[in-house]
Write a protein that binds this ligand. Structure first.
Ligand code: AMP
Length: 327
């Protein structure tokens, strides 16, 4: 078995070896994806100023605090090392069209899918990709400053949902303590970058609470039409940003928001669970993700109905198994 330390050694060796390094992550980025990508780029630039190192993919204006992404001509970088963060599937990597990289490194905390890295550091026990990058910069000669540390801190806080999710471990806290000690980052001042939101968004959260349907088996679900997104002046990513706020509802063990994406004529789906494993069902509906936090894509009402039925069956099965475990 490859140990974490040997993965760190291998990743560092490859970074040292290559002159051109491109860092990518999944489409529709969240703070963990963006923060890990920009933190690693900035750490490599601090350590090796002579290297050409870029973070690619579509920028998201609400994440501009983390740093600006690079616009490059991919065709010019066919001798590059590609580092993919927070993304297990090739088709969900953002911004690498026409890039003929030489080798690929994957660093990710999702279950493995089709990307097989020349160096493949996959750690499903890690709460976030930022936790892995924090470990990398702490345990290798890569340099970091308060900005890099702050980005990594925000990614960890965000993906662990403020340390509420079960894959938060003592290791998470040790890494964070080390990161703060060594960088002296003023972490309490950073929370507004994650948690500031508009009154429209708060009202939209009220709409979700008012309209969430809950089945007997404990599935909470809501189909959100495009005109509601427009009415509340929010965007397609907002339901995913709010979904963790619906944790700890006694009657709900799995909950999902199915949001109409009028532009792509499909539905963007976010799913969370505090019991049943949901990524198997997600993968049957053009999706995937973690055991308890997944996403999917649906094309029409029929698929929506099938998807809700499948998730409800997961809840039923989980409840039945829990009851038979007690007896
Ligand atoms: P979200 O609900 O958008 O925050 O996504 C939760 C998790 O599921 C993240 O780890 C995503 O990377 C993953 N995910 C979301 N949508 C998809 C999809 N269509 N295919 C595979 N994984 C997805």
């Amino acid at each position: 078995m490859t140990t974490i330390n040997s993965n760190i050694r291998k990743v560092y060796k490859k970074i040292k070896e290559y002159q051109q390094i491109i860092i990518a992550r999944h489409v529709g980025p969240d703070p963990d994806a963006i923060a890990s990508q920009i933190a690693l780029r900035d750490s490599i630039r601090l350590t090796f100023p002579e290297k050409e190192c870029f973070a690619v993919g579509l920028g998201v204006s609400k994440f501009k605090y983390y740093g600006i992404l690079d616009k490059i001509e991919n065709e010019k970088y066919d001798n590059s090392l590609l580092i993919v963060l927070d993304c297990p599937n090739l088709h969900r990597i953002d911004g690498i069209e026409n890039l003929k990289y030489k080798e690929i490194i994957k660093i990710d905390h999702h279950p493995s899918e089709d990307i097989k890295g020349d160096v493949d550091w996959t750690d499903e026990t890690s709460c976030s990709t930022c936790q892995m990058i924090a470990e990398l910069v702490l345990k290798s000669p890569l340099k970091f400053d308060t900005k890099v540390a702050g980005n990594l801190y925000l990614g960890i806080v965000s993906d662990s949902d403020r340390f509420l999710l079960p894959y938060t471990t003592t290791k998470t806290f040790r890494i964070i303590a080390d990161l703060i000690d060594k960088s002296k980052v003023d972490f309490p001042s950073l929370y507004s970058y994650l948690y500031d939101r508009s009154l429209d968004e708060v009202k939209f959260q009220g709409y979700i609470a008012e309209n969430l349907a809950v089945t007997e088996n404990g599935l909470g679900y809501l189909v959100i039409p495009a005109q509601i997104i427009k009415k509340y002046n929010v965007d397609l990513a907002t339901p995913s940003n709010l979904i963790n706020n619906f944790n700890y509802i006694k009657e709900v063990i799995v909950w999902t928001f199915i949001t109409e994406d009028a532009k792509n004529k499909s539905y963007k789906v976010s799913i969370r669970s505090h019991g049943p494993i949901i990524n198997k069902t997600a993968s049957k509906f053009n999706g995937g993700g973690h055991k308890y936090a997944s996403g999917a894509r649906l094309n029409n009402e029929e698929e929506i109905n099938d998807f809700i039925k499948a998730l409800d069956a997961d809840c039923e099965e989980y409840k039945r198994a829990s009851i038979s475990n007690i007896n």
